[in-house]
Design a binder for this molecule. Sequence first.
Ligand SMILES: [Zn+2]
Length: 156
Amino acid sequence: MKESIKVCNRCDLSFPLGDFYNQSNTKDGKGNYCKKCKSEYQKEQTKMLKEKNLSMYLLRESCYAAFERGKPTYKRKGYENVRCSFDNARSLLEALWNDETFRNEWIAQTDVYVANNNIYKYRPTLDRINPELGYEKGNIRMLPQYINVSRDKAVC
Ligand SMILES: [Zn+2]
């Protein structure tokens, strides 16, 4: 049996297929960057996003945290019945970012946050309008961190 080798599109080195992450939308089912390059690439992307679009970066962080909190395995007190109705953090992020009203409020609060030297209490956060309900369409709005915590629940 011939061993499968693949050339990384980034560093141009050859590796066994096991050194590439699975990716469903490629011919061989593997990504085009080796694992090391892929991880470097993702770090660069995150850094770039943070510099170029802080607002979206903050929302992405919040969405990933919200999605974690919505998992049935998340056991922190007060979150037992909090669920996220989205399939993954990415689709939660997309739904919120594509909502013009939400996005404008999020960006406006990011500006306040930056104008206040990134003091945490001014950071935009995801608030569940009805705390009995989870992270689902129609129940999420932006609140600055200090108003959100004053509603007496954990925040992300
Ligand atoms: Zn590589």
